[in-house]
Design a protein around this ligand. Structure first.
Ligand code: C2E
Ligand code: CA
Ligand code: CA
Length: 651
């Protein structure tokens, strides 16, 4: 009898190629991944066994008959489980996504599949006595028995069982994967059918190879999704694994390590060295957390999943590691990181999204300063809920009339007269009560609605100025705060000018306050291209919160500001340290020498005020002089003229 085994040889070569490709990945092997790897080896073994059986058959006249009986029986026993492993791989995948209560179906399907395999193996053993599958006649000819094709029928039966499982759970499957899973058995069926008709061409290995190849290309490489740089699993895998652990109510601890200001490393040492630091950190986490699985969570963040019990010692060791130097290619650097931990199941709210919890905990840790560890607890959950609620309320705040403006006078220290008033946004929500701008402004920036908010503020201010003019009152000069994001919006200039023109606001009545952070990463010419056309229309610029950021004075000095507002933190310190007094003195001198007017914020007592007058500060703002006033209060005060009795000091 003639057999063509060439397709088997090709199949084994392709499988070896897949083996090489799927090697050397630091990913957490799930049961499915392990099954895939095992299937690769097992299929190779079966193809070799098949080749051996075919070889033995071609020497049927020269070698003892029992050799052929043994090789062929081994072939019939070992080959059929190969497609079964493949089918189990698909079932594992399907029931990872199906709800927990459907897992009983998995057990039923498994029992059917394993029992059918068991019955088949019994038939193969009985074949030795009855020759149902094959036997050798007295002339040593290989004769097919009546059940010779039972293994193919079994494969088709098992394929149908898998298809039923897939169809039953299809609504839980990703559309793309559903198509692939449906296609794989169809491909294999086609080959098995071909095999039934062209029995002399051995195609069983090819069928398995195609199935394994499609699993590899579509599931293994996609699902494992390893980070290219570190070779540890990436964020998608982390998220998928976490979701699974939550669903299975597994007890695990998750640690997130987020590098503080890693951008500075890239800027100082270059991207390549930065990459080496990232690799070194990932490897170090892998070494320290022997029992954990390391992930690259994002560009400069890592995550480790530990099986409980609580890996307290390990987490302490990780934190400790960041107190020491990191050395790559002769560069040594101390790197700071913030840490967040989460214990699953999250008892406070088992339905809470673990990634949101971890992201919030990291944010909280960073706000507390560098190198902090924050555990996801009830407080973090409350923060998230408050942020979600505030997001909802903020999106409705303008139509709901939740915003109002307060005005805080800024006084000239020479005359005691109000020179400017700063417009400060207030939010009062029926559900949340008063919310401070320090809370809602950053969120408005995050939500991308700060532009609308800025417009609203400017329009309110201009409307008030227009109203005061109509009432024949003196128009005050108002400064409005602008966020950096508004500044980079190309429509800002046009929008501002439209409002100013709509209310015919005279030149010099509107000031825009910008902070240094607005200019981080902004090219000098870009900054000027926004400021210049507005200045041409009589809008002045003040630099806000000076002394809090990383002042690049030479950059700032070239921008057309009229006043510099020195941050209140500087004045706060001045009460305690006398050197700080000299510091304020020097700053005010420099600011004035450079031709700006100097404004000091946060004046809270008479002593500070007296000191500022003494050193020649131009203007001051603070609770001691006047708190921010409600709009109608402010309007009423305007009519009387707003003064601060400075006479006491000047005497
Ligand atoms: P800022 O621009 O530095 O505003 C001054 C803040 O200091 C105001 O807080 C004001 O109430 C407070 N303040 C005034 N005098 C004193 C004092 O003597 N002692 C102390 N401790 N604080 C004093 P507020 O109104 O809560 O605003 C906080 C921040 O929110 C503002 O800081 C500003 O950055 C932002 N903001 C407020 N309104 C707007 C707005 O309309 N648009 C934008 N983009 N940001 C705004
Ligand atoms: Ca301000
Ligand atoms: Ca300020």
């Amino acid at each position: 009898m003639y057999w063509n085994a060439v397709p088997e040889v090709i199949a084994i070569l392709v499988i070896i190629l897949i083996m090489i490709n799927s090697h050397s990945v630091h990913a957490m092997p799930s049961t499915r991944d392990k099954l895939f790897k095992f299937s690769l080896y097992y299929t190779c073994f079966c193809i070799l066994l098949n080749l051996l059986a075919i070889q033995a058959l071609s020497y049927v006249t020269t070698i003892p008959v029992w050799v052929n009986i043994v090789t062929n029986t081994a072939y019939f026993i070992f080959y059929p489980p190969a497609p079964l492993f493949f089918i189990f791989y698909i079932l594992f995948y399907v029931y990872e996504l199906a709800p927990q209560k459907h897992h009983v179906r998995f057990r039923i399907f498994s029992t059917i599949l394993l029992s059918s395999m068991f019955i088949y193996i019994i038939i193969v053993f009985l074949n030795l006595k009855f020759g149902w599958i094959f036997y050798f006649d007295e002339n040593r000819n290989y004769i097919r028995g009546p059940f010779n094709r039972t293994s193919l029928v079994l494969a088709i039966f098992q394929g149908i069982v898998a298809l039923i499982a897939i169809l039953l759970e299809r609504k839980y499957l990703d559309k793309f994967f559903f198509k692939i899973i449906i296609l794989i058995p169809l491909f294999s069926f086609t080959i098995i059918t071909l095999q039934i008709f062209y029995i002399e061409v051995v195609l069983t290995g090819t069928a398995m190879m195609i199935a394994l190849l499609s699993l590899y290309l579509n599931f293994q490489t996609r699902k494992i999704s390893v980070d290219n740089l570190t070779q540890y699993s990436n964020r998608e895998t982390f998220a998928a694994n976490l979701e699974k652990l939550v669903r299975l109510h597994r007890k695990v601890t998750v640690l997130v390590v987020s590098l503080d200001n890693f951008k500075a490393i890239n800027d100082t040492f270059g991207q390549k060295k930065g990459d080496l630091f990232i690799k070194a950190i990932a490897n170090s986490l892998h070494e320290i957390c022997v029992k954990g699985q390391v992930y690259r969570y994002s560009g400069d963040e890592f995550a480790v999943i530990f099986d409980n019990p609580l890996p307290q010692k390990c987490i302490e060791e990780v934190i400790e590691r960041f107190k020491n130097l990191w050395v790559v290619e002769g560069v040594s650097k101390r790197l700071s990181a913030s840490f967040a931990t989460l214990q699953l199941p999250f008892k406070v709210d088992p339905k809470a999204d673990p990634i949101t919890l971890l992201d919030h905990a990291i944010l909280t840790a960073k706000n507390q300063g560098k190198g902090q560890l924050v555990n996801c607890d009830v407080l973090i959950l409350q923060n998230i809920r408050r942020k979600n609620l505030l997001t909802d309320r903020l999106l409705q705040a303008i139509p709901n009339n939740s915003f109002s403006l307060h005005f805080q006078p800024i006084f000239s220290l020479a005359s005691g007269k109000m020179g400017i008033a700063e417009a400060l946004l207030r939010m009062k929500d029926p559900e949340m009560g008063s919310v401070t701008p320090n809370e809602f402004i950053p969120l408005a920036e995050e939500l991308g609605i700060i532009g609308d908010l800025g417009q609203w503020v400017l329009e309110q201010v201009c409307r008030m100025l227009d109203k005061l003019r109509l009432q024949g009152k003196e128009m005050p000069t108002i400064s409005v705060n602008f966020s950096g994001l508004q500044f980079t919006d190309s429509k800002t200039v046009k929008n501002i000018l439209e409002i100013i023109e709509k209310y015919s606001i005279p030149q010099g009545k509107i000031i825009i306050e910008l902070t240094e952070s607005t200019f981080i990463g902004t090219l000098f010419d870009d900054a000027l291209s926004v400021m210049k056309p507005l200045i041409a229309h009589g809008i002045n610029f003040h630099l806000d919160d000076f002394g809090t950021g990383y002042s690049n004075l030479s950059y700032m000095a070239n921008l057309p500001f009229t006043c510099i507002k020195i941050d209140r933190s500087i004045l706060l310190n001045a009460k305690v340290h006398t050197r700080q007094h000299h510091f304020i003195d020097s700053i005010i001198h420099i600011v004035k020498q450079m031709g700006y007017c100097a404004i000091l914020e946060g004046v809270e007592n008479e002593e500070q005020l007296a000191y500022l007058q003494e050193i020649g500060c131009d203007m001051a703002q603070g609770y001691h002089l006047s708190p921010p006033l409600e709009q109608n209060e402010f309007e009423a005060a305007i009519s009387q003229g707003i003064y601060y009795p400075l006479t006491k000091i000047t005497q």
